[in-house]
Design a protein around this ligand. Structure first.
Ligand code: TTP
Ligand code: MG
Ligand code: MG
Length: 457
């Protein structure tokens, strides 16, 4: 094991909920629960204010509502979380080429691989700076753990939460691990935990004392040996840079702009089929379908839809791509079309749910609210709590609730003070779905999407 705490583990604090609070000024400091809002929905995450009331990830939504009846209940907005995640991962990659993302909000970084840090002092400085940079870039907080192994770095960031940094000095690992519950160690889920408890082992120290032979007898060779090594704080697992090819995509540029809507639809279906062939050739499946359209004036837009689970089914990709096309104005003609599938490999949301279900009871299917980006039944309009909207007169806001033909919208933006609520008919033509706004105001470099011809790239 290395002799300096140069493995960094970052995990964002209450990630989805913090992003929601940053987006929606009226929710700051309040209990916020993000997850599936349908009858079988489960909690994806809860703000720290809601956690104080007992709400946590993977809990059935109905139970959360009993514990925190006054909390805000919101659907997840994955496109926002992905955008923030990309900003965070970019900052991590500036520290080292060896970055191993574990999920949208979490990654290991090997600081020694780039010479960013050689000792505890420089590692701590790097961690402090990273936390400040994340805050500046995203407006959100993340906690950092630093240690000489992955296992300890992750334990350290857990202890740093929320909004902190913990560095474990090499040599102090065993003393720190000893009194912790066995469940702290990677690979000890509820079942193994119960098994060990029945054998009288509840702490890491007791695991070490039990000895390798006893653990192998209890848990089998591979698991027993691995756990014994972890209990002695021996963890040599390297940080492995993320796998290549996070998306597979195909596109076509047309000599003559296509105007004919049915023809555009046909091209999109063809591209979807070609994309799926590529995906299958690579032995991959993915969860986010992306449609790219470059219009006659070179303005390029992408639309994406995230499915409940990864797919490599041509019919599913085709349908999703066609649905996405519905939301794109192609009058004037298109010169390029593309279809891609991303959310491949170990980066998908399923990992989080798999993780959650190994920690707790199995997570029902409805873990993620059904249509994530695109409403599938356009009539009557289906407004979901938390969703972004734009009103012709009042501007940007979000759906606070809807029912009996009415929808309540709060008009506020990440940079505004808490906003006012107004109620409309669900069919009000002045109200339309909108994209999430960036959490941090960017320099006025990008042209606003207001009237006027978009600039050529
Ligand atoms: P976590 O990092 O496990 O949790 P968190 O960021 O909400 O809170 P903290 O790290 O401060 O304890 O998960 C990151 C995001 O992944 C979380 O915000 C929502 C999502 N998620 C689920 O959708 N389902 C789950 O069961 C879990 C655990 C997380
Ligand atoms: Mg987190
Ligand atoms: Mg995490």
């Amino acid at each position: 094991m290395r002799n300096a705490p140069t493995i960094l583990h970052l995990d964002m604090d209450a990630f989805y909920a913090s992003a929601e609070q940053a987006s929606k000024p009226s929710l700051r400091g309040k209990a916020v629960v993000v997850g599936g809002l349908g009858p079988r929905g489960v909690v994806a995450t809860a703000s720290y204010e809601a956690r104080a009331l007992g709400v946590h990830s993977a809990m059935p939504m109905a139970q959360a509502r009993r514990l925190a009846p006054n909390a805000a209940y919101l659907v997840p907005r994955f496109s926002l979380y992905r955008a923030v995640s990309e900003q965070v991962m970019t900052l991590l990659r500036e520290l080292s080429p060896l970055v191993e993302p574990l999920s949208l909000d979490e990654a290991f970084v090997d600081l020694a691989a780039s010479g960013t840090a050689e000792d505890a002092e420089s590692a701590r400085r790097t961690g402090v700076r990273l936390r400040a940079d994340i805050r500046t870039a995203t407006g959100l907080t993340g906690s950092v753990g630093l240690a000489a192994s992955k296992m300890l770095a992750k334990i350290a960031s857990e202890r740093a939460k929320p909004d902190g940094l913990v560095l474990i000095e090499p040599g102090t690992e065993r003393a720190l691990l000893g009194p912790l519950p066995v469940r702290t160690l990677p690979g000890v889920g509820p079942a193994t935990g119960d098994h060990l408890r029945r054998a009288g082992i509840t702490t890491v120290e007791e695991l070490a004392e039990a000895g390798e032979d006893e653990l192998v007898r209890l848990l089998g060779k591979a698991h027993g040996q691995a756990l014994y090594a972890m209990a002695l704080a021996r963890d040599e697992r390297p940080v492995v840079a993320e796998r290549e090819a996070k998306s597979v995509s195909v596109e076509d540029t047309y000599d003559v702009d296509i105007h004919d809507r049915p023809r555009i639809g046909l091209e999109v279906r063809r591209l979807a089929d070609r994309c799926v062939r590529r995906l299958r050739e690579a032995g991959l499946s993915g969860r986010t379908i992306v449609l790219k359209v470059r219009r006659y004036d070179f303005s390029t837009l992408t639309r994406s839809e995230t499915l409940r689970g990864p797919t490599d089914d041509p019919a599913v990709v085709r349908e999703a791509a066609e649905r996405l096309l519905e939301s794109v104005d192609t009058t004037g003609g298109v010169r390029l079309l593309g279809v891609g599938v991303s959310g491949l490999a170990d980066y998908t949301q399923e990992d989080l749910f798999a993780q959650a279900s190994s920690r707790a009871e199995p997570v029902p299917e409805e873990a993620v609210a059904a249509p994530v980006v695109v409403a599938r039944e356009p009539v009557p309009p289906h407004w979901r709590a938390g969703q972004d909207v734009r009103h012709a007169e009042h501007g940007h806001g979000w759906v606070q609730g809807s029912g009996v033909g009415r929808v309540t919208v709060r008009f506020e933006t990440p940079q505004s003070p808490p906003g006012r609520i107004r109620t409309f008919l669900v069919t009000d033509p002045a109200l339309e779905p909108a994209e999430p706004l960036p959490l941090v105001a960017t320099a006025p470099a990008a042209p606003s999407p207001a009237p006027g011809p978009p600039a050529a790239p």
